[in-house]
Write a protein that binds this ligand. Structure first.
Ligand SMILES: [Ca+2]
Length: 243
């Protein structure tokens, strides 16, 4: 039985410049600039300098980032690579009012894993170009480090190629007992496969899948996972239940 999962195309837009920050540990190492661009620490976890770290952990701290390609968004991805879980509030700026609107607020935690913190919320009615992230490392008694931040619009296709990509691939069975089949259909480009836990921890990675039907045995505990398939230009994500 072949069950095709719902797959949605996404726009993922990494930060272009720093607007403001409360402090930075050093420069260039651990500076606010280290939170720009694509992730270059993740999926590593630890005190690694290609990520922003505040100067200390005696206070709540913040960073504000600017995105040149302003879009409506329904998600923000925060790549947390040290003392993950310390993000306690995330805001987006409404360009009409100049107000910071809260899109996430929660108690901090100390997870101890590199993760992509995927924050979901109703689609903004305006184009977002500025994001503010507040972290609380006080309770964890340790430095918080953020490697990268992305604006995500999960509803928008990035072009015709995306539609072909999304419509071509299928993943089955779902739910799975751990074995996953990925049918790349007509896709002839190299495809990367990544599987994430709901906490954002990467549990499986394989570059350059280029067989039409790829099979993998995931050695993971039962639960919900996010499977990401990407080429150089396209990306598709969907939820997988492992029983
Ligand atoms: Ca970085």
């Amino acid at each position: 039985m072949l069950i095709t999962s719902t797959i949605s195309a996404q726009i993922i837009n990494y930060a272009d410049s720093v607007v403001d920050f409360s402090s930075e540990y050093d420069t260039p190492e651990w500076s606010a600039q280290q939170a720009l661009g694509v992730p270059d620490v993740y999926p590593m976890y630890g005190d690694i300098y290609e990520a922003w770290s505040p100067e200390d952990y005696e206070y709540r701290e913040f960073i504000e980032l600017y995105f040149e390609n302003a879009i409506s968004i329904d998600s923000i991805y925060i790549y947390e690579t040290y003392t993950s879980g310390s993000v306690d509030t995330v805001y987006v700026k409404d360009p009409g009012t100049g107000n910071w609107d809260v899109v996430y607020q929660g108690a901090p935690a100390d997870l101890g894993i590199a993760r992509i913190f995927r924050i979901g919320f109703p689609m903004t009615t305006y184009n977002v170009s500025e994001v503010r992230i507040a972290v609380d490392g006080i309770f964890a008694n340790n430095y918080t480090e953020i490697d990268a931040v992305a604006l995500v619009n999960s509803q928008m296709n990035t072009g015709i190629e995306d539609n072909i990509f999304v419509e071509s691939v299928s993943v089955f069975p779902n739910p799975s007992q751990g074995t996953l089949n990925i049918d790349l259909g007509d896709i002839t480009e190299d495809v990367s496969l990544k599987v994430f836990s709901v906490l954002g921890e990467m549990v499986f990675q394989k570059e350059q899948i280029n067989t039409p039907l790829y099979q993998v045995d995931l050695d993971v505990v039962a639960g919900t996972y996010i499977v990401e398939l990407s080429t150089k230009t396209d990306k598709a994500e969907f939820k997988l239940v492992v029983e």
